[in-house]
Design a protein around this ligand. Structure first.
Ligand code: FAD
Length: 318
């Protein structure tokens, strides 16, 4: 399993201090974080330091930053809320661009369209739609990511996937051109889209929804969240389902069949509550989680002949 997911060549001319000064002149000081623990930015609560982490709140900031990264040929990594990431304990070289905690407007447009900026949570996009009397995003309201990460991953749950409702996606290419991709141009498939591995940044997405009944949509939203609480180990750090669903089967059922529930390496455990989740018991390293992922894959392969593919994105060297 390859781990790296960097864009750029990594031959910076400026020193780290010089880079920090340049980025501080574009962003506020509190949004330029040197040697920042990635455990603060992942729902697994693991991961070594990012050389530099920049929290971006506006399109213009992003363009200015990408220009510098291009000029300096610095590698960069994109993250949203870090809810689908396993970051190496060795950390991440170059610059991590975080599009969350800002960049988060949700607006309702004519004709049943809801446009949400990349940093908006899927929850707020869903609730914004419900309050406007629009239905169709309820399935995504409990996925703990933001719109950029969700669209990049084609996140889905309870029979829905974002590809079913995306009308168009605004994207900033590494050459700093803003482009609008149609649903087809996004080439969505199961937990995949055209932007993964491209270095392009999702700026926001428009969802085409149907007129709906506010109370009924709210009830669906609440019911689905209650189901999550009941079935998922939400009181432990995790990245949701560790593995993709193999065709015609469920990863959790296969893992359970192999008696791996509760199996532990270091501080990482196959959840007793939901075998599809690997959880951090509190003191796990990313290495523990990675080794558990490898062990589960190996055991499931040995006993069922099915090779599980991680859904979690590995960042850095493993
Ligand atoms: C408790 C729990 C439950 C979960 N349930 C579900 C579920 O039901 N269904 C599901 O599909 N997932 C689920 N997940 C996984 C995760 O929430 C989703 O994959 C989510 O869409 C990731 O969004 P994020 O903002 O956290 O992205 P991140 O994890 O930060 O990033 C994911 C990927 O998207 C890329 N990316 C992020 N932002 C951008 C951007 N602006 N432009 C381009 N690329 C970008 C990153 O480079 C990375 O490759 C769950 C996770 C947890 C912890």
């Amino acid at each position: 399993m390859a781990g790296a997911e960097y864009y750029g060549r990594g031959t910076a001319i400026m020193t780290q201090n010089e880079l920090v000064s340049v980025f501080v002149s574009i962003l506020n000081t509190d949004r330029v974080l040197a040697e920042e623990p990635m455990s603060n930015h992942t729902t697994f609560k693991t991961g070594g330091n990012a050389e530099l982490l920049l929290v971006l709140h506006a399109e213009e900031e992003l363009k200015a930053v990408l220009e510098i990264l291009g000029r300096e040929q610095l590698p960069y990594t994109l993250i949203g809320r870090g809810s689908n990431l396993l970051v190496s304990d060795e950390g991440l070289p170059g610059v991590v661009l975080k599009l969350a905690d800002g960049f988060d407007e949700v607006c309702v447009r004519e004709g049943g369209l809801v446009y949400a900026q990349a940093g908006a949570t899927l929850r707020s996009a869903c609730l914004g739609a419900i309050h406007a009397g629009l239905s169709g995003l309820e399935f995504a309201g409990g996925i703990p990511g933001c719109v950029g990460g969700g669209v990049a991953m084609n996140a889905g749950a309870y029979g829905g996937e974002l590809k079913d409702v995306v009308e168009y996606v605004r994207i900033l290419t590494p050459a700093r051109k803003v482009q609008t991709f149609t649903n087809e141009q996004m080439r969505f498939s199961y937990r995949k889209s055209a932007v993964q591995g491209s270095g392009s940044v999702i700026l926001g997405a428009a969802f085409r929804l149907q007129p709906g009944d506010r109370d009924q949509s709210m009830e669906t939203f609440n019911c689905l969240n209650a189901r999550r609480k009941e079935k998922q180990p939400l009181n432990f750090p995790s990245a949701g389902s560790t593995f993709k669903r193999p065709q015609g089967n469920y990863a959790s059922a296969l893992i359970d069949q192999c008696n791996l529930k509760g199996f532990t390496i270091g501080g990482a455990q196959v959840s007793e509550k939901h075998a599809g989740f690997i959880i951090n018991l509190g003191n796990a390293s990313s290495r523990d989680i990675y080794e558990l992922i490898c062990y589960v894959r190996q055991e499931v392969m040995k006993k069922t002949g099915i090779l599980l593919e991680p859904e979690v994105r590995l960042l850095g060297e493993f």
